[in-house]
Design a protein around this ligand. Structure first.
Ligand code: KIV
Ligand code: ZN
Length: 511
């Protein structure tokens, strides 16, 4: 059994752009419990009142999961952690001290002997409170191995039940890190009685590979984070470590307790809370992780999914693999997607739809279901909603105002609204007129041309009241107007879907 120690709320949360408030941390901790992690590192109690409170409240909330607080080998740090965890069902304390000469000399200004004394004091104090104590020699991969053996031996003697081996600066490689774990197992007296854990950073892009090499060499706990967030380039990504072990039991025989169909939802929750999206091609949880665009791939997956899929999308919480259509997609994929939408077409009709689809795909990168419905139905999207005019007033430190005319079908609506900034004012106006529910969950502007009068392209994601995502894009020389048009694009897509759902039976007949 491999233990999964999640440090999303500590190492992950401490990196720029990923901070969470108490409520968000509690929501995330609840989901980590649902996911089945063995340990949640909830924060660094001595760092701030907020951190203390999150360790305390997460500790109180979790019944089945161990909740851990991080502490330096300082009495006041460890005491704060113990105080925060006093009502936790399963409290764990994680103490650390740097062991590399670089850190000892330039950061701690301490000798090796002094570090050993501090480590013993820290582990003993934590051990007086709980039997679940992790000890980490920070910067272990750049530490002298003989000294590592000494300090780890003392940590075991002082009562640590877990030795966590950090590659703090992401310097190691899989061969070297695996060898270090093996060395520790073979040379530290008592190492066979404790858990050896990995904690790898991703500075050279090897955090997951290094963690897995650790497991191959006897580590039975992996410290990791959702989406691989963490200091600098991040930590080992939990979803990648877990799915690598699940997909290759021939290489990693020990199972984890992770409920893998919860992976996608957990990743998505973190993205929503922090506002930081993973890249589309991110392994396991990226938007494209199970999307096949190339015609040959789509054909293969439709015939037998294992041709191009090494994992089942359902195993990580995807409903099914998405066949996103694009310019490389063939007639077969188009027909299958149409059929999936309930649109059955004759072979001649498919020819004409395919031609229109290819022309559209030359202009647009991804073709979503609503685009296909539009092509198949000859439905003119521009008819329902249109941003006819928009006057936007904004001034530094003042609320912005939007005064616009929006056409909804035959009606012209004149509307005024306010917002924190120009886009927010314009969006308030559009939302008022259309009574659109939900919220903006992603917003990106790119310049289409580099010149001064560049055209701005805005891509947005809108999550509706039922949690479904809709995409909108539009361009204009005025980026605020482009943003408004992108939301109008979302409204038109929703409208297409509404018309389609209402008239589905009739349309199938028409085809
Ligand atoms: O990267 C690191 O060394 C750490 C320790 C505190 C475990 O995060
Ligand atoms: Zn770290």
């Amino acid at each position: 059994m491999i233990k999964i120690f999640d440090t999303t709320l500590r190492d992950g949360e401490q990196s720029p752009g990923f901070s969470m408030n108490l409520r968000e941390k509690l929501i995330m901790a609840k989901q980590l419990e649902n996911l089945g992690v063995d340990v949640i590192e909830a924060g660094f109690a001595a760092a701030s009142d907020d951190d203390f409170e999150s360790v305390r409240q997460i500790g109180e909330m979790c019944e089945n999961t161990e909740v851990c607080g991080l502490a330096r080998c300082h009495e006041q740090d460890i005491e704060a952690t113990m105080k925060a965890l006093v009502d936790a069902a399963k409290p764990r304390v994680h103490v650390f001290i740097a062991t590399s000469d670089i850190h000892l000399e330039h950061k701690l200004k301490m000798t090796r002997d002094e570090a050993i004394k501090k480590a013993i004091m820290g582990v003993k104090l934590a051990r007086s409170f709980t039997s679940m104590v992790d000890f980490s020699p920070e910067d272990a991969t750049r530490s002298d191995r003989k000294f590592l053996v000494e300090i780890l031996t003392e940590a075991i003697k002082a009562g640590a039940d877990t030795l966590n081996i950090p590659d703090t600066v992401g310097y190691s490689t899989p061969e070297e890190f695996g060898d270090l774990i093996k060395f520790i197992r073979e040379n530290v007296p008592g190492a066979d009685k404790v858990i050896i854990s990995t904690h790898c950073h991703n500075d050279l892009g090897m955090a997951v590979a290094n963690s897995l090499a650790g497991v191959r060499n006897g580590a039975t706990q992996v410290e990791c984070t959702i989406n691989g967030i963490g200091e600098r380039a991040g930590n080992a990504a939990l979803e990648e470590v877990v799915m690598a072990m699940k997909t290759r039991p021939d290489l990693y025989p020990g199972a984890t307790g992770i409920i893998t169909p919860q992976l996608f939802a957990t990743s998505k929750l973190l993205q929503q809370i922090t506002g930081q999206k993973v890249q589309p091609n991110k392994a396991i949880v990226g938007r494209n992780a199970f999307a096949h665009e190339a015609g040959i791939h789509q054909h293969g997956v439709m015939n037998y999914s294992l041709t191009y899929e090494i994992m089942k999308p359902e195993d990580v919480g995807y409903q099914s693999s998405q066949l996103i259509l694009g310019k490389h997609s063939g007639r077969k994929a188009l027909a299958a997607r149409l059929e999936g939408l309930g649109i059955k077409v004759s072979s001649e009709r498919l020819d004409s739809i395919f031609k229109k689809f290819k022309a559209l795909a030359d202009r647009k990168k991804n073709i979503y279901d609503e685009d296909l419905i539009m092509v198949a139905m000859d439905y003119d999207v521009d008819k329902k909603f249109e941003l006819v005019s928009a006057r936007i007033f904004s001034e530094k430190d003042k609320m912005a105002k939007a005064d616009c005319v929006i056409r909804c079908g035959e009606e012209m609506e004149e509307i005024e609204a306010e917002g924190d900034g120009p886009v927010s004012a314009l969006y308030s106006a559009i939302v008022k007129v259309s009574r659109l529910k939900g919220q903006l969950t992603s917003f990106a502007i790119n310049a289409l041309t580099p010149e001064k009068e560049a055209v701005g392209m805005v891509n947005i994601e809108w999550t509706d009241g039922d949690g479904k995502q809709w995409y909108g894009h539009a361009s204009d020389t005025d980026v605020t107007v482009a943003a408004g048009k992108a939301l109008i694009d979302v409204l038109n897509r929703m409208e297409i879907r509404r018309v389609y759902d209402r008239e589905q039976g009739r349309l199938q007949f028409v085809m």
